[in-house]
Design a protein around this ligand. Structure first.
Ligand code: ADA
Length: 559
């Protein structure tokens, strides 16, 4: 998809953006289906800009039900592909009054196909952003705001036979990291004939590395394994190098940016390109008070600039897959990324629900497929603060970790726990990640020393003493502008001292990295009852204005 990358993904493929104005109608009584709104859109509908979160429309701030969208467009005779960058919750799609397909789960892409003839067409989407506390991912109870809508771009493509349905470029590096053996998988489609001929060419940095005329059948996966690049330039932290890969057939093409690098966890340490690396991290919600999850590209870029200025070398995308725009900027800057699915705080009852598991696996599957090529991504996060001290948590973590490792063994696995002492799942991931808030929710500032003393002891007791440990969350709230000599809770001074202390101890005690909670203040669920209805632990406020701790973290990360 060409929608949210910062580079052009196709030169030949005929795509058309459907971003912009759509007809829009909320459906609080959920009657749209019975009344066939997909065939006759309500006359009292209004309009909305896509992509966006509908909560910014007047009167809809706390609307989390169903809403309908409609867009008309023109296309030629073709196999039409409709790509959605992300739709919150559950989407059902209709084309020209007929049901076309559905997708569950925000922050992930999906595509649908139909053979159409030339003329005007009508696309209708119903979006159900409702959640429960049993098997929606995320659950209703989370510490962020549940925005609804078509939150990322929509695009259509007019295909003619044969065309590239999917591709995957993976590689192996030799021991010296000087040569890369590429393997390229190409899923081909030719829908009208049993077999098609095609000219297939591959270019890397504009140099041809493969070219052949061959035939393919529909659904065939072409596997190319004999492309080797010697004396490669590595993608390094702070010194990235991206290779430009172009795959071309007669009438179709895809372009991808890849980077060669290696991440490994060994004996309590994390190695990047065979060198030990301390992770100087920050947690970031991809959210903004004026845009919700539909954060515009200029804000994404500025966030990356701020993160770079702060000296971070990794971002944790807490708690869901981020946009390609943000990740493209990280790829360009040589800043790493931890990507996870929005499985936050699941209790045993929700973990035991079979739909939870099914949806969680589908999300991991899509996340890895869709984000596979970003060199910045080095860790797949299985979940966050679930009941990992329960049998249900054990079973689900075992299943997720096996699935993720089988699908992509080139990255590390991790999940963030707040139950370290009694956690039953530490064996399953490459890295142990701890979320702790001493001196904020419980205990006091000085308890941190004892906490760090206990980290290796607990690891030993769990038989995971060789795994690297990172502090995946720690912090405290500070209201922007609240400055006081008393240096008590909620002041910018207290926050600053706390972060200095935890980062300082982590560096001293053999921890492999710190992820400050969090980048910017973020709108929280009203039921959580937070001051201003925000999680105020940002080291910037929600409009990205720096608090004192921003400079403290910058100082602590300047090594
Ligand atoms: C948890 C959670 C975060 C946030 C944080 C906090 O660790 O993972 O999303 O809610 O607590 O601020 O309390």
């Amino acid at each position: 998809m060409n929608m949210e990358h910062i580079y052009k993904e196709h030169y030949k493929r005929k795509t058309q953006s459907l971003n912009g104005n759509w007809s829009f109608c909320t459906d609080p009584l959920n009657k749209g289906k019975a009344e066939k709104w997909y065939d006759g859109f309500p006359l009292n509908s209004t309009y909305i800009n896509v992509p966006s979160c509908w909560n910014f429309e007047k009167g809809l701030f706390d609307y989390f039900g169903v809403a309908w969208y409609k867009k008309e467009f023109y296309c030629n005779d073709c196999f039409l592909q409709i790509d959605f960058g992300a739709v919150s919750g559950f989407a059902e799609v209709y084309l020209d009054g007929e049901y076309l397909g559905k997708h569950y789960g925000g922050w992930l892409e999906f595509k649908l196909f139909k053979k159409v003839s030339s003329g005007m067409h009508s696309l209708v989407v119903s979006v159900d952003a409702s959640s429960n506390n049993l098997n929606t991912i995320p659950l209703q109870e989370v510490d962020w705001y549940h925005y609804g809508g078509i939150t990322r771009s929509v695009e259509i493509t007019e295909f003619t036979d044969p065309f590239i349905d999917f591709y995957k470029i993976s590689y192996n590096l030799n021991q010296q990291l000087s040569d890369a053996d590429l393997s390229i998988e190409l899923g081909m489609n030719c829908l009208e004939q049993p077999q098609c001929d095609l000219r297939l060419s591959i270019y890397i940095n504009n140099a041809s590395v493969y070219s052949e005329t061959r035939s393919c059948c529909s659904g065939e996966i072409i596997r190319l394994n004999n492309i080797t690049l010697r004396d490669i330039r590595l993608w390094n932290v702070g010194a990235p190098y991206l290779y430009d890969v172009r795959i071309e057939t007669d009438f179709d093409d895809v372009r991808e940016k890849i980077g060669f690098r290696k991440i490994k966890a060994k004996k309590n340490k994390i190695y990047f390109n065979n060198k030990e690396l301390y992770l100087k991290g920050i947690n970031r919600h991809e959210e903004h008070p004026d845009w919700g999850f539909a954060v515009p590209a200029n804000i994404q870029k500025r966030d990356v600039d701020i993160i770079k200025d702060m000296g971070c070398n990794i971002v944790r995308g807490s708690h869901y897959p981020n946009s390609h725009t943000f990740l493209d900027y990280l790829d360009r800057e040589g800043i790493l990324f931890w990507s996870e699915i929005p499985m936050w705080g699941f209790p045993p009852s929700a973990l035991a629900d079979p739909i939870t598991k099914e949806r969680g696996l589908a999300m991991h599957n899509e996340m890895i497929d869709q984000y596979y090529h970003h060199p910045c991504i080095v860790m797949w996060g299985l979940h966050n603060e679930i009941a990992s001290d329960s049998n249900e948590g054990y079973e689900l973590t075992r299943c997720f970790s096996e699935f993720v490792r089988n699908k992509d063994s080139s990255r590390l696995t991790v999940y963030a726990t707040c139950r370290y002492n009694k956690d039953m799942c530490l064996e399953f991931t490459d890295v142990i990640a701890l979320n702790y808030y001493m001196g904020w929710y419980s205990g006091n500032f000085n308890d941190w020393d004892e906490f760090f003393d206990n980290i290796p002891k607990i690891a030993k007791a769990h038989n995971v003493a060789e795994k690297p440990v990172v502090m995946s969350e720690f912090g405290c709230a500070a209201i922007f502008g609240n400055s006081n000599f008393s240096e008590d809770k909620w002041t910018m001074q207290y926050q600053s001292q706390m972060l200095e202390k935890v980062i300082g101890l982590s560096k001293e005690r053999g921890i492999s990295g710190t992820f400050v909670w969090q980048f910017a203040d973020v709108k929280s669920d009203i039921n959580i009852n937070r001051a201003r209805s925000f999680n105020n632990k940002g080291i910037l406020d929600e409009y990205r204005r720096p608090k004192f701790s921003y400079y403290t973290v910058k100082k602590e990360y300047s090594f």
